[in-house]
Design a protein. Structure first.
Length: 248
């Protein structure tokens, strides 16, 4: 099933390992085989963390692993962002007071863009804008030198400065760049959900479903953190998975 180089990678369970190969050559299959080998060699499944870039990739790896190595136990598959978010919740006491709700961020930019009739799809523009803001900040690039992908630089600079002034006035700045990298899972007038699953629970139909950090609007300008809810819901429901020790 595996060639010689893949088998070497699978059997190397101690120390660092870089796996380089072209698309479609079996990197994911090899990595899953390596996880299986680690468990066979005595590494507890709950101590293994597989981090990837996208939710889709993490979900695919998780499903493929369970399908082939279901007896190995609960390995955690997640994205970089969901891991960081879980870490902040656990060790920095993350709650609604230290984060700008996704709905509030979008509402702010919608108000800023009211006069810009040339921007037809404002939701897509705001997604691209928030990604540019995150890239600009995370790369520590001076605003004057940053070239945005979302549109005209003059408008980007104007919105960037307005956004910073708005945050300063609110006194909230901890997680907006993290959330800006993630399209929201749900944005309604009464419900705002971060666009990255932070846990899973069993729904009424008996199937496992992802849950999202959820904020509920209780009155104008006031959002209440209501826990990890299924997509589109602002009330916690479902049954906790008995075998999960950590929530990502």
């Amino acid at each position: 099933m595996f060639n010689e180089e893949q088998q070497k990678a699978i059997e190397t369970i101690k120390g660092q390992l870089i796996l380089v190969a072209c698309p479609g050559s079996g990197k994911t299959t090899t990595l899953l085989g390596r996880i299986h080998e680690m468990i066979q060699q005595g590494v507890p499944a709950e101590n293994i963390l597989m981090v990837t870039f996208t939710t889709a990739a993490a979900g695919e790896m998780k499903q493929r692993f369970w399908k082939k190595y279901a007896e190995d136990g609960m390995v955690t598959f997640c994205t970089i962002h969901s891991f960081c978010l879980a870490t902040l919740k656990k060790f920095a006491h993350f709650d609604a007071e230290c984060v700008l709700a996704t709905g509030d961020i979008y509402e702010f930019f919608f108000q800023q863009l009211v006069r810009h009739k040339e921007i037809v799809d404002k939701v897509e523009y705001i997604k691209a804008l928030l990604l540019d803001i995150a890239v600009c900040k995370n790369s520590m690039c001076p605003l004057a030198q940053f070239e945005p992908n979302c549109g005209e630089k003059e408008l980007f600079d104007e919105l960037f400065k307005a956004y910073e002034n708005w945050k300063d006035a609110l006194g909230k700045d901890l997680l907006d760049e993290l959330l800006g990298m993630l399209p929201p899972a749900c944005t309604r007038s009464d419900c705002s959900q971060i666009g990255e699953p932070v846990s899973h629970r069993i729904a009424e139909n008996g199937f496992e479903k992802p849950t999202y950090a959820t904020f509920k609007k209780v009155e104008a300008g006031i959002w209440e953190y209501c826990g990890d809810c299924f997509r589109g819901e602002n009330v916690c429901s479902g049954i906790e998975l008995p075998y999960q020790r950590f929530r990502f």
